[in-house]
Structures are given as C-alpha cells and as structure tokens.
Design a binder for this molecule. Structure first.
Ligand SMILES: C[S@@+](CC[C@H](N)C(=O)[O-])C[C@H]1O[C@@H](n2cnc3c(N)ncnc32)[C@H](O)[C@@H]1O
Length: 231
C-alpha cells in the first residue's frame, strides 16, 4: 500500500455526471441528485475494501465506546463496518439527506444504533452543538471544498470538535490526483498541507499513499493521514 503510484489518464471526468462551475452549484441539491440517481455500488468513490480506513482506525487504539464521527459519510459501508466491529458511539453526517436515508435503509434496525446529522460542513448548525468526538473520519469530503472560506470553516469546526488526545483521519486526493470528481472541482492535499491547516495542536502520527481503483477501473491516488490532537 505504501508508496504506490499510478498514472492519471483522465482529469476526473470518468466519475463525473456533468461539468459544473463551482460558484453556480447548489451543493445540497448536487449531492442529493447524485445519491438519488445511483446505487451505492455504482458511485465513483464506492469501496468494497475498507482496509485503508480500518487500518487507520486500529492505529488509534481507541476503545469500542469511543465517539466516532464519519463526516460526509454518504451511503458508504464504513458505518456498516464500524457496527460489525462493535463500535457503539457512531455519528454519521452528510449534506445529503438522501445519502443518509439510503444508508439507513440498508442498515435496517441497526440504524437505530447510529446518530444521524444532516448538515453542511461549510455552514454547520447542528454540528456546532455536538460534544467533541474521539475520532473524526473524512474520506473524500474535504477535497471538495475549494473555497478558502469554506475550508477555514471546516478546519475551525474540526479544531473545536475533536477531543484532546482524539484523532482525525483524512483520506483525500493527493497532489498527483485527478482535478475533478463527481462533476466538481477538487482541492488536492499532501500531508504537509494538512498539517499546516490543522496547526501545532495536531501531530501527524501515521500516513500512507493509496491508489483507489474506481468501479470504472480508473485509478485515483489518495493521501491517507492520521493526526492526533496533542493539546
Ligand atoms: C465522494 S463522496 C464520499 C462519501 C464517503 N465519505 C465515502 O468514502 O464513500 C463525498 C461526500 O461528501 C458529502 N459532502 C460534500 N460536501 C459536503 C459538505 N459541505 N458538508 C457535508 N457533506 C458534504 C457528499 O454528500 C458525499 O456524500
């Protein structure tokens, strides 16, 4: 998994339903439409193998009672996996109500074990009032925030809502990654950029490169990082 490389032969169009300009987008509508029009398995970011994220979670050594928030969870199977692993304090949040409803439908009765929050990370309301969490997981969400103000709002929220000695996992397109996904432009990251944005209260404790293969077979290089809040 470490140091894998890949060539990007397209600029992200293969996972896009349409070309859209960022200042013209209603993001909630965009994501609701995306989740209304496709099953989870056909989405360009769908994973069948969650090993990279699960590996990061195991690095935290957190107890099963730890409060874990999956930001921009969409209808990903991470929540299913966390429940199977007996984590008992899980929050799933997304801007798209439809994505969370799809996930709830898949989980059936198990969905009662999860706290569900529809909110926008760039304009949080409910999230401003949650208790701090022990682990904040973001796979393929932060990189959709291209405006500096939106990035700043999200990072401020993170700094406010992650406990001391708690963790943040980011998995984002790396600097060699595609320039678009899901019809949207993306802002790509390195571990240095993420460290810089989080500031000195957070220490990078683990990272690796990972090349994700989309359902279409196209390759998408990600940077996986785990930060610990040290003060
Ligand atoms: C590429 S999908 C990744 C979904 C999931 N994390 C995964 O790994 O499969 C991006 C997700 O971020 C959500 N999202 C995008 N912008 C958001 C925002 N401003 N606030 C909350 N969620 C957002 C989308 O609705 C979508 O579910």
């Amino acid at each position: 998994m470490n140091g894998e490389t890949c060539e990007i032969s397209d600029k992200g169009e293969s996972c896009c339903s349409a070309q859209v300009k960022s200042d013209e987008i209603n993001y909630k509508e965009h994501w609701d439409n995306t989740y209304s029009n496709s099953s989870e398995e056909k989405l360009g970011w769908h994973e069948t193998d969650l090993t990279p994220t699960l590996k990061m979670i195991s690095k935290t050594d957190l107890p099963k009672t730890a409060k874990i928030l999956n930001a921009g969870s969409g209808s990903s199977t991470l929540i299913d996996e966390l429940l199977k692993l007996d984590y008992s304090n899980i929050l799933a949040t997304d801007i798209s109500k439809i994505s969370l409803e799809n996930l709830q439908a898949r989980l059936g009765n198990e969905s009662n074990k999860v706290e569900w929050i529809v909110d926008d990370l760039t304009n949080p309301t409910v999230l401003n009032n949650i208790e701090p969490v022990d682990l904040w997981i973001d796979r393929a969400v932060l990189h959709f925030l291209t405006e500096p103000d939106n990035q700043a709002t999200y990072f401020n929220l993170l700094k406010d809502k992650v406990e001391r000695n708690g963790f943040i996992m980011f998995a984002e397109y790396n600097l060699q990654g595609a320039e678009k996904c899901a019809g949207l432009p993306v802002y790509r990251y390195s571990k240095e950029i993420l460290s810089d944005k989080l500031g000195s209260d957070f220490k990078l404790v683990h990272n690796f490169d990972y090349t994700y293969t989309m359902p279409s077979g196209a390759l998408r290089p990600y940077i996986y990082t785990l930060f610990k809040r040290v003060c």
